[in-house]
Design a protein around this ligand. Sequence first.
Ligand SMILES: Nc1ncnc2c1ncn2[C@@H]1O[C@H](COP(=O)(O)OP(=O)(O)O)[C@@H](O)[C@H]1O
Ligand SMILES: [Mg+2]
Length: 247
Amino acid sequence: MARVITMHSYRGGTGKSSTAANMGLLLAAEGLRVGILDTDIQSPAVDTIFGVPPGAATCTFADYLVGRCEIEEAVRPVPGQDLFIVPSRTGLSAINEIMADGYDVGLLNEAVTRLVAAFRPDVLLLDTHTGINTETVMAVAGSDALVIVTRAHRLDLAGAAESVALADRLGCGQRAVVVNMVPEGTPDADLVPRVEKAYGSPVTAVLPYVPEMAELAGEHVFVTAHPRHALVAGYREINSVVLGDAG
Ligand SMILES: Nc1ncnc2c1ncn2[C@@H]1O[C@H](COP(=O)(O)OP(=O)(O)O)[C@@H](O)[C@H]1O
Ligand SMILES: [Mg+2]
């Protein structure tokens, strides 16, 4: 049975997509079969992170949503890994249709069910758009675990109550709260208690701000380029919490 794990953050640019990609590669390296479905049709990232050239995918999650192809056709294996990705979209055509006509939100759950049946992943990671929107609510509702990615500053933490309410209401009990992009060299004894108070949950990992992340530019994912970096230990910690006994 696949374990479905959804990424969530209240604000954008906190590191959901990069965290998902790194978690996925580590799990695949441990021998699990992994899929990553990018449900973020507003601002896709998984294609770029895994080096899919712009426009290379003729069938994507967004194309499936508008009925142009089957979800199984949108799957792209990542060479050399027991990992597949489903890009969200690679052009504007499908999103134009979605903005004009909307789509049946039940298609997200259908996509998950069909991907699990056809490709039998041990873990399916769902990357999502920032904040609370229809796709995220559907994704969280159908998940076994939720990874909440946040920075430690006031603006991010202001959204914590809503993220927690979302997880509680949708019954997604297993949670990892990840504090990302913590500046190195500024010890802040209050950081973890402050985040734990905001989320009412223990902090699973505190990840440093690592400038090398920005330099990878789609050629490598961080864990592949820097396997011994402290950041990688943080990603492993998240995996062990969200997989529970399955890991
Ligand atoms: N720990 C980190 N240190 C430095 N940069 C990071 C870190 N985590 C993510 N980033 C960078 O931050 C940017 C936004 O990350 P992304 O994963 O796209 O966020 P989101 O999916 O939440 O919008 C990317 O350029 C990514 O490489
Ligand atoms: Mg993203």
